[in-house]
Unconditional design. Sequence first.
Length: 56
Amino acid sequence: MATTNGKNTASIGFEQQIWAAADILRGNMDAAEYKHVVLGLIFLKYISDKFEARYC
């Protein structure tokens, strides 16, 4: 894997196809609507970390 200043610069070759598929699946969703998804994921990560710290 090629690295430059500690950053991964490896290319898997199908990034454009994945990006295009994500654009199609997203449809006409406004970018501001993503905040609900992102905040939900951050909350789930926080709860998961707290649960693991307490019960594992």
